[in-house]
Design a protein around this ligand. Structure first.
Ligand SMILES: Nc1ncnc2c1ncn2[C@@H]1O[C@H](COP(=O)(O)OP(=O)(O)OP(=O)(O)O)[C@@H](O)[C@H]1O
Ligand SMILES: N[C@@H](CCO)C(=O)O
Length: 293
């Protein structure tokens, strides 16, 4: 028997659609695996009632199939599904790390990112790896077709999760199919600025680099109170604010001394818009870890 904790993640960071991701300190999924003849899944915790226990439909079950590593899998959800905080990815990442260790397969972390991305494909229709990469590797990650990079950083972040559900499948449906060249140039500038900011641990550069004009505005319309929450975060000192993953969570970057104020301002602004919310104060965090053998 073996237990792994895999963290929530925020993907895109505005300018890095389907490329950038970041591990958060919390919340996290905790997955326990035990060898079995065939895979079975049991789910408890946040939003468990919305998560399929059929291994073919659960990201952790798909990972067990891909690794040919049948197991009884217990998933304790800390990351609520359809949150924009990489819920389905946290289970996939934890299962990949746990099953690799349980069956002593010795895959590299990069191999496990590819396997966990297949779990994501089963639920969202596409094998995007921008949540599973940070959930396995930790840090700020850059995913490309030819590999994945992870950069350590400690920039303070606030992820504010409202009591609204937006599925990744739906949020991918509103992404424009094409973009103006001026917006593409702007996005490249933001992505480069954000990457430099992560490397220098500079919250001001990271915040500026979150600005993006194509995908983010289309998705913001799916989130009640989005503009007010962004304005409140900026007033409280956020250096940048954007949709986390496919939403509805909203991610802000800030200087350490402003983190508490930014978190409170975002929750209050959601509440003024009639939406309950909670904020997770975080830094760029670590990846999946075995916590019990
Ligand atoms: N182990 C799992 N944990 C969570 N959701 C799962 C799992 N397996 C399958 N799902 C399904 O995946 C969907 C939730 O994933 P979705 O990608 O919409 O949200 P998310 O992972 O929180 O968001 P995002 O990818 O934007 O950060 C739900 O339909 C849920 O039933
Ligand atoms: N890059 C993906 C992440 C979803 O978690 C998207 O934005 O659709």
């Amino acid at each position: 028997m073996l237990t792994v904790r895999a963290p929530a993640t925020s993907a895109n960071l505005g300018s890095g659609f389907d490329v950038f991701g970041v591990a958060l300190d919390r919340p996290a999924d905790v997955v326990t695996v035990e060898r079995a003849e065939e895979t079975t899944i049991e789910v408890s915790g946040a939003g468990a009632q919305y998560i399929p226990e059929d291994p073919a439909k659960n990201t952790a079950g798909v990972v067990a199939r891909e690794l040919d590593a049948p197991a009884h899998i217990h998933i304790d959800k800390g990351v609520r599904p359809s949150s924009g905080l990489g819920s389905s990815a946290a289970s996939a990442a934890a299962a990949a790390v746990a099953l690799d260790a349980l069956y002593e397969r010795g895959h590299t972390a990069e191999d496990l990112v590819r396997v966990a991305a297949e779990g994501e494909a089963a639920v969202s229709g596409e094998a995007h790896a921008d949540n599973v990469a940070p959930s396995i590797l930790g840090g700020f990650t850059i995913v490309r077709d030819d590999g994945v990079l992870s950069i350590d950083a400690t920039v303070p972040l606030v992820a504010c999760l409202p009591e609204i559900v937006v599925s990744t499948r739906d949020a991918r449906g509103v992404v424009p199919r094409s973009a103006e060249m001026a917006d593409v140039v702007h996005t490249v500038g933001s992505a480069a600025t954000l990457t430099a900011g992560m490397q220098r641990d500079d919250p001001a550069l990271v915040g500026r680099g979150m600005d993006e004009r194509v995908v983010t505005p289309a998705r913001a319309r799916l989130i009640d109170g989005y503009d007010d929450v962004c304005a409140a975060a900026a007033d409280a000192g956020a250096t940048g604010v954007t949709v986390s993953g496919a939403g509805p969570a909203i991610l802000a970057a800030c200087h350490p001394s402003r983190q508490r104020a930014v978190a409170s301002a975002m929750v209050e602004a959601f509440e003024e818009a009639g939406v309950d919310a909670r904020a997770y104060r975080s830094s760029v965090g670590r990846g999946a870890e075995i916590i019990e053998r």
